[in-house]
Design a protein around this ligand. Structure first.
Ligand code: AVI
Length: 323
């Protein structure tokens, strides 16, 4: 996934970027928090790629295996002549598996905020699928957007892999599913990757790997603040914390202050108590039942589910409910 948070948007009077405003609001809140979308600057996106290849990080491996093993069955849920719209396409690696099995797809619309990756991937896809219309859209896929006119008359299927839905709070996940329903329209299908509840030991290891890559990914947020917002965070005095909160069925990631200290951000002083944390991410895990209930309550009916043999991860087909 590529969710490079854009920082160009500035406040008309203060000149502050959206990133600066969000960081200051989060660091002056109690408890302190930062939005996970800000992980993905260039270094963060690179570290996330490394995470996906870690032995402990099962989601990417499992989802790729599910897509590979069931591509033909999944493709049957995509209508003839459909436009396949991918929310947060990144490298389109997973869509390629689906497209290879779904020759009935007439157009592929990768939607992503990162233009660099989009253009390069679109060119390659056009080369590999000469009959496929590839229509990249550079925009924040969580906000309302218009589909290209060329796909207006086509039936639509959405694709949202990676369990990115898990990084949304449940109410945000519901809003996103409704938003996807509005964009895809009546009768649409949505193919979505959803990470499943499992043994806490496996979950904890996946988000606190032995090589320390996830720790670097988490701490990179402070490096980004130091670079872009005149921050003075001392990285050695914060530590990565990740644990499964079984009551809320989510992995929580935090940055914990090892001591009482101060840091400056955009000229503001932020105080930390020893042990105080900045909550940087939630990664919700679902059961098939709990995700089914979320989907049904958000305008979608689950019609098929594929999992890996260990039932660590799922790919699900949802069909838009009639209003
Ligand atoms: C992008 N997202 C689905 C990842 C996850 O598993 O929640 C982000 C991540 N955070 C730490 N490791 C991976």
């Amino acid at each position: 996934m590529a969710v490079h948070a854009r920082v160009a948007q500035r406040h008309p009077t203060t000149g502050e970027s959206q990133f600066a405003r969000d960081v200051l609001a989060g660091l002056t809140a109690r408890p302190k928090w930062l939005a996970p979308k800000y992980f993905y600057d260039r270094a963060g996106a690179q570290l996330f790629e490394e995470i996906t290849a870690l032995p402990e990080y099962y989601p990417t491996r499992c989802e790729l295996a599910i897509l590979r093993d069931n591509a033909a069955a999944i493709a049957r849920f995509v209508p003839d002549g459909a436009a396949l719209i991918e929310f947060g396409s990144g490298s389109s690696k997973k869509a390629r598996l689906l497209l290879a099995a779904a020759s009935q797809v007439a157009a592929y619309v990768p939607v992503d905020i990162s233009s660099e990756m989009l253009a390069a991937e679109a060119d390659e896809l056009r080369r590999d699928h000469p009959r496929l219309m590839v229509l990249p859209l550079e925009t924040d896929f969580t906000k309302p957007f218009r589909l290209p006119a060329a796909v207006a008359a086509m039936p639509r299927a959405g694709f949202f892999p990676g369990s990115t839905i898990g990084n949304f709070e449940p109410h945000e996940a519901c809003s996103f599913l409704r938003h996807a329903g509005r964009i895809l329209g009546k009768g649409a299908t949505l193919i979505i990757g959803v990470d499943l509840v499992k043994d806490a030991k496996l979950l904890n290891a996946a988000y606190d790997d032995a090589a320390g890559v996830t720790a670097k990914f988490n701490l990179n947020l402070l490096t980004r603040i130091n670079r872009e917002l005149d921050g003075t965070f001392d990285l050695d005095s914060f530590s990565h914390e990740a644990f499964y909160n079984s009551e809320r069925r989510r992995i929580e990631m935090h940055l914990a202050s090892k001591k009482r200290q101060k840091a400056r951000v955009c000229g503001r002083v932020i105080d930390f108590r020893a042990g105080e944390t900045i909550h940087t991410e939630n990664s919700y895990k679902y059961t098939l039942e709990s995700f089914g209930a979320l989907a049904r309550g958000s305008g979608w009916t689950p019609v098929a589910v594929w999992t890996d043999a260990d039932r660590y991860f799922s790919v699900q087909a949802l069909v838009a409910q009639d209003e």
